[in-house]
Design a protein around this ligand. Sequence first.
Ligand code: SAH
Length: 445
Amino acid sequence: MRILLSNDDGYFAPGIEHLARALSEIADITVVAPERDRSGASNSLTLDRPLSLKRAASGFYYVNGTPTDCVHLAVTGMLDELPDMVVSGINHGANMGDDTIYSGTVAAATEGYLLGVPSIAVSLCSKTGENFATAARVVRELVERLQRQAVREPVLLNVNVPDVPYEQLRGTVATRLGKRHKAEPGAGCRRGHRFLCGAQPAGIGHTVTDRPDAQRPVVASARLVDRMNAAVSGIGMTSQRTRTRMIERLRDKGIRDEMVLAAIAAVPRHIFVEEALASRAYEDTALPLGFSQTISQPFIVARMIEALRAGRELGKTLEIGAGCGYQAAVLAQLTPQVFAVERIEPLAEKARQNLKTMGQHNVRVIYADGHLGLPGEAPFDTIIVAAAGSRVPPLLLQQLAPGGRMILPLGSGEQYLSLIERRAEGYIESRMDGVRFVPLLPGVE
Ligand code: SAH
């Protein structure tokens, strides 16, 4: 494994030395950092003068530019191969809330992420900087966990570690890096604690606690929060191996979209099935939900979402037939806004509970007849129907945005998947695999 290290405090800073020492035990490291302190440099590239890359006696390289320059030069000009990871830090002082906009430490990691490399920014939350070794160890463990993950798409993590001895850490808080949905509470914003809930600028920025007494590293992830949760705190790790096997099976069956596989890997399916069936949660089969309904088979979920994505973002998404919320949870890993409609009230309630248990706050479950769509929220970029009707509900067609895609099973006896695209010239339908879904029924129960 090859790791590129950078920072914004300069190549001679104690933080980067600690990081280099800790990570050189598990990876080949290359350090490319600014020649002097460039804190607060943000994501800036130097374009008005030539940059020089020099090597110090320590073996570390240094550049007369910004942290972004360092990562950019290293990845695009200096290294023979793309690194497996970029790690930036250890910054002397926290980088939370608005700090992430200005921080050179976060910028170096962001540059790695933009260049397609999984990247981590790490900061020690103090001005005295006594426990760099704690932060270095947290990052090393995180790198090792990420290495073990089945999915490989780039992630951007911003990790803030309290300045305490490692033994005093008490778990991890994972939050989302990026624009927060208004329905989502700020992570850890509890009464009685001082916290930073900065205005949410578009793009980067996250809401986390800023509690000097907190003894938990705060990890903000650009996407797939739950997977990161599992990655950093060990939650759900018991089932991680079985989940990984399920992903391998989906890959064998022909699912190619790594983002879809990552999303499925991120969802703890055992939460969504009856306790008695939990041991079978990671088999690639449909399982009973109660009320004569079934939780969808992961392969079909993957197949449908892969067809819907095909080279674009899902955007605002409507699911008809939420059941227990499993597929909605998978969709919610891939897009910020999911509306899921269910006609059986106890199931809708169950879906809400399951999503809450999972900590998934960007899905709204609505108890209604899906034939009507959700006119108040339309248009949708993506519509996915999890129950089979004999024809396409006309209101759903109307609620599909221009350029949007809808997928649904059609047929009363033999069923097949139908993919519909709304283009300027009209609706284009393509017929896909044969399938078996529960029926799309009228009205509500
Ligand atoms: N998406 C679910 C699959 C549930 S099975 C999952 O991830 O497991 C299909 C669901 O569609 C059932 O819960 C059923 O009650 C619901 N359904 C059927 N007809 C519907 C309609 N007209 N409107 C909303 N939901 C409907």
